[in-house]
Design a protein around this ligand. Structure first.
Ligand code: URA
Length: 242
């Protein structure tokens, strides 16, 4: 079992430099099991350790695995330029832990976004070799028809792509709506595929990744949660190299 001093614990969770965390502790801001702990050298087993800082309760997590229901108007890039970044939707200390989006959604795309500070997890979920299925609901400018669905399933050529890209599955779900499943994550892929097939994307929402469905999580737009063990197992099982 891993045991760490309290200053290291707070630092590892993103609450600041070791010096700052020592100050927080000395000033009596940290409580463990109902006791204020003022000695930063006090050691604790980190597994499922609960602590309170400034009256907010936290659990020690070696890594963060998060799912966010992304609203429109937020950028996934590390240095957002025109809109706030998605990290502003999470507690501040998560950014200090270098949490990053797993792949990117456009600023105007909504829905399921995984985020983590675990490089191996980010790589496994975003590697093109793992063929993780991503399910999108696209709203179109012109009505959906059978020819559009057939073209997306057959594959379309995109500028700068050496090979045509096709949907794994695609089905019409409304007069102006289709569900499209992709295994790659190319830049603006759904929008560019729809344009190449003769229609245009008016709205885009990602509703599932690797078997994890956004609706089942009960998150409103802008809300997030930690992934639990069963959800992690589902994602891991769906991200095996083909
Ligand atoms: N495809 C797009 O065009 N945009 C996204 O945000 C995701 C997939």
């Amino acid at each position: 079992m891993n045991t760490l001093s309290l200053d290291r614990i707070l630092q590892s969770q993103g609450f600041g430099t070791r010096k700052y965390c020592r100050e927080l502790i000395a000033e009596g801001n940290v409580t463990i099991a109902g006791q204020v702990v003022t000695d930063y050298r006090s050691k604790f087993a980190t597994d499922r350790l609960q602590f309170t800082l400034f009256d907010t309760e936290w659990m020690y997590r070696e890594h963060l695995y998060i799912v966010l229901n992304k609203p429109t108007g937020f950028e996934c890039s590390r240095k957002p330029s025109h809109h706030p970044g998605v990290l502003t939707l999470l507690p501040e200390q998560f950014a200090w832990r270098d949490v990053q989006p797993v792949g990117r959604l456009d600023h105007d795309t909504t829905g399921l976004l995984l985020m983590s500070d675990d490089g191996a997890f980010i790589h496994a979920q975003s590697s093109p070799r793992r063929h993780v299925a991503k399910v999108y609901v696209a709203t179109t400018h012109s009505p959906v028809n059978a020819a559009l669905v057939a073209a997306l399933l057959a594959g379309v050529r995109l500028h700068d792509e050496p090979e045509s890209l096709r949907a794994v599955t695609c089905r019409q779900i409304g007069e102006y709506q289709l569900e499209i499943v992709l295994e790659q994550g190319k830049y603006h892929q759904v929008k560019r595929m729809l344009a190449a097939a003769g229609n245009h994307c008016a709205g885009l929402r990602r509703v599932a990744i690797g078997g994890l469905e956004l609706d089942a999580l009960g998150l409103d737009e802008g809300e997030w949660c930690h992934l639990d063990a069963a959800q992690m197992a589902l994602l891991t099982a769906n991200a095996v190299e083909a």
